[in-house]
Design a protein around this ligand. Structure first.
Ligand code: TYD
Ligand code: MG
Length: 461
């Protein structure tokens, strides 16, 4: 059944390969460093990964089979030791999966993976962290910042794919991290590291390793602004899971988002906060976003944005001040500028509040970006509240899309938003009347509104 397995001896110190055991390595002169390893000769056709389980790669075993005959085995998952990461991965790390983590340089990809490796090492797993970007000292320095421990983790500074492949086969780790894919190169190709062919080739090699050895491989890919280095997009189709790490540079919080996941839903996000000692999980993002919200201030409205399937409460701040120019200023931070202008126009026309001699500043607290129209109503209410200098109660949440005639339109996930508000101790929610039929929440006051004017009345503005 199995092909003849060849024995090869390797120097553990320098990787020198020999057909027989030796007392001293002729390459690095280390004593007693040789260990025997079994090498399976290459199986014809093993370059493909469609065969599924490693055992199914034997020629002849790859015949079409009935779906009903295939026995189902729940993917073996290991916890990454970081709850938010597990959640985004769909419940843990799947054996033999290839995971790509993309994001802007400096967002915290290396930090996240190093933290994961530390947890896994503490669990007794053998981790190989391969960096082509930082020196061993730099990684050590970063690891020290993250805290003590994880001394058993294996680090390798290398960019040559052949060497990396050899090391993985030799070390037989239970998880591999490649930081970053853009620095890896294969000597067989003429193009420079970071080029599309190199990045694809490197991913192909890692894919084969992941599938044939059953080792999960995490790949870091930088999102690049200029086109000189291939971005993570060029390999999205090759990997099992694509996660993007996002966040504003000035804000401490970071969102990890699944864009593709063969082992779970892409509706999940993980929220982290960058602190002095690495990334901290934010188990309750709403609480985090609302921390520091001033009590009893005018111009603030709380709304709820759904990220993936996770509702997050946000504070929208508005400041309306008399202008000293001919043309009043409008600014929007964390939100589309044109959308804010449109909402101000709706407020002027439909509610009859004259802002032609007022500057309007709108800001989403916490550095988050609003990407859905459900925040419209809250923006209008915040502006109105600041204009009238009347506060919206602290325990009130507002959401709804606003149309051009001032009507409040239905939004998705209304029930989840109401639930989140209730969980955080809110007492009243102002929401679109069109959402009435799918909400049956008790213990919280629900005010269904049809127009912006209704909403203003409901908030006593
Ligand atoms: P890093 O993980 O190196 O980013 P990437 O690998 O995505 O390029 O993150 C680096 C940033 O994180 C850097 O600007 C410093 C900051 N940082 C902290 O604020 N606290 C920490 O404990 C660590 C390790 C990094
Ligand atoms: Mg890095």
């Amino acid at each position: 059944m199995a092909k003849a397995v060849k024995s090869v001896f390797f120097c553990q110190e320098c990787g020198y390969e020999s057909g027989k055991w030796m007392g001293q390595c002729p390459s690095c002169h280390a004593w007693n460093s040789f260990v025997e390893e079994k090498i399976r000769p290459a199986v014809p056709g093993s370059r493909g990964v469609g065969g599924g389980a490693p055992g199914a790669r034997r020629s002849g075993a790859n015949v079409p089979r009935k779906l009903s005959e295939i026995e189902f085995r729940e993917d073996e998952r290991v916890s990454a030791g970081i709850g938010e990461l597990d959640r985004v991965l769909g419940g843990g790390i799947v054996k033999g999966s290839l995971v790509l983590i993309g994001g802007d340089p400096g967002i915290g990809k290396s930090t996240l993976l190093l933290q994961m490796c530390r947890h896994l090492t503490a669990d007794g797993q053998k981790i190989l962290y391969i960096s082509g970007e930082e020196s061993l000292q730099q990684i050590k320095m970063r690891a020290n910042r993250l805290g003590e421990g994880a001394g058993e983790m294996l680090l390798l500074c290398e960019t040559d794919l052949d060497v990396i492949q050899g090391e993985i086969e030799k070390v037989k780790p239970s998880l591999v991290v490649i930081d970053s894919i853009q620095t890896m190169y294969s000597a067989e190709l003429n193009s420079a590291p970071g080029s599309v062919t190199q990045v694809r080739e490197a991913t192909g090699v890692l894919l084969r390793i992941a599938k044939s050895e059953g080792i999960p491989v995490f790949i870091v890919g930088h999102v690049t602004k200029d086109g000189s280095v291939a971005g993570p997009r060029v390999l999205e189709h090759m990997v099992d899971t694509v996660l993007y790490f996002e966040g504003e540079n000035h804000a401490a919080y970071r969102v990890l988002r699944a864009v593709k996941n063969r082992f779970g839903s892409t509706n999940e996000i993980g929220v982290f906060e960058m602190a002095g000692d690495g990334l901290r999980e934010v188990g309750n993002p709403s609480e985090y976003m609302l921390s520091g919200k001033p009590e009893g201030a005018s111009g603030a409205a709380v709304t709820c944005q759904v990220e993936g399937s996770r509702p997050i409460l946000l504070e929208i701040q508005a400041l309306v001040a008399r202008t000293s120019f001919n043309i009043p200023r409008r600014t929007a931070t964390g939100m589309d500028y044109n959308r804010v202008n449109l909402l101000i126009a709706v407020l002027e026309k439909r509610v009859g509040c004259d802002l032609s001699s007022h500057d309007v500043y709108v800001n989403i607290a916490g550095g988050i970006r609003i990407g859905e129209p459900s925040a419209d109503l809250a923006v209008i209410m915040a502006v109105l509240s600041s204009y009238l200098d009347k506060e919206i109660g602290d325990r009130v949440m507002v959401f709804g899309e606003v149309g051009l005639s001032g009507e409040v339109r239905a939004v998705t996930h209304a029930a989840a938003r109401v639930q989140e508000a209730k969980k955080l101790g809110f007492e009243k929610v102002v929401l679109p009347a069109a959402n009435r039929k799918n909400i049956k929440e008790e213990g919280i006051e629900l005010v269904f509104v049809k127009t912006v004017t209704d909403a203003a009345r409901a908030l006593r503005l």
